[in-house]
Design a protein around this ligand. Structure first.
Ligand code: GDP
Length: 195
């Protein structure tokens, strides 16, 4: 997909603030530092529309990006900060539940994992959490460029196994460095948008 327009519309903390326009929506979730901002920027051909390496402790918001006046990307705050307080975690959980449980335009969640390593406990928990809400998930295994070509299949197989990925869900190896997998990600997104 050729992206001509991408702009942040709102940083929301609660349902009242979500955009009213009903475009198909795709949430992006991942452990902090996994490469989520790099993925978003690669998909929309920008250097730094999505902030890279958001730090813990900073305001946790759902950032809605309007793409080509036709769909939203919703950047979900990174999970898995050991240093986050219980209170912060509860706040994060409340915000996530409000969004994932009720958001009608949400078509699928893009879950970003690091293909170099086994999905972490946090990754597995997040995947299970999304499946609890019966959401379709597009799993991305990023940093593909860091893996020798001969080991690619092994890493993909291991990731799928550890996540116990639903056969209906899609797994896409990706690199924000080389752009490999970018067309596959757009293809997967489009498969959730009715013509
Ligand atoms: P975020 O916190 O999930 O948004 O992560 P960032 O997008 O800021 O990425 C974290 C670090 O990983 C940065 O140093 C990126 O340059 C690096 N990174 C992200 N994606 C890739 C990738 O596909 N390949 C490589 N080699 N590095 C990546």
């Amino acid at each position: 997909m050729k992206v001509n327009q991408a702009e942040i519309v709102i940083s929301a903390v609660s349902e009242k603030q979500y955009p009213q326009e009903q475009y198909p929506e795709f949430a992006l979730a991942g452990r902090s530092n996994v490469g989520k901002s790099s993925l978003i920027n690669k998909l929309i051909n920008r250097k730094n529309l999505a902030r890279t390496s958001s730090k813990p402790g900073k305001t946790q918001t759902l950032n809605f990006y309007l793409i080509n006046e036709s769909l939203y990307f919703v950047d979900v705050p990174g999970y898995g900060y050991a240093q986050v307080s219980k209170k912060e975690r509860a706040k994060w959980g409340g915000m996530m539940e409000e969004y994932f449980k009720n958001r009608e335009p949400l078509r699928a969640v893009i879950l970003i994992t690091d293909l170099r390593h086994e999905p972490t406990t946090d990754d597995v928990q997040m995947y299970d959490y999304l499946k609890f809400f019966e959401l379709p998930v597009i799993v991305i295994g990023t940093k593909l460029d860091k893996i020798p070509k001969t080991k690619k299949d092994k890493h993909i197989k291991r990731s799928k196994k550890v996540l116990e990925i639903d056969p209906d869900d899609i797994f896409i190896p990706f690199s924000a460095e080389t752009g490999e997998g970018k067309d596959a990600v757009w293809g997967a997104i489009k498969s959730f948008i009715a013509e």
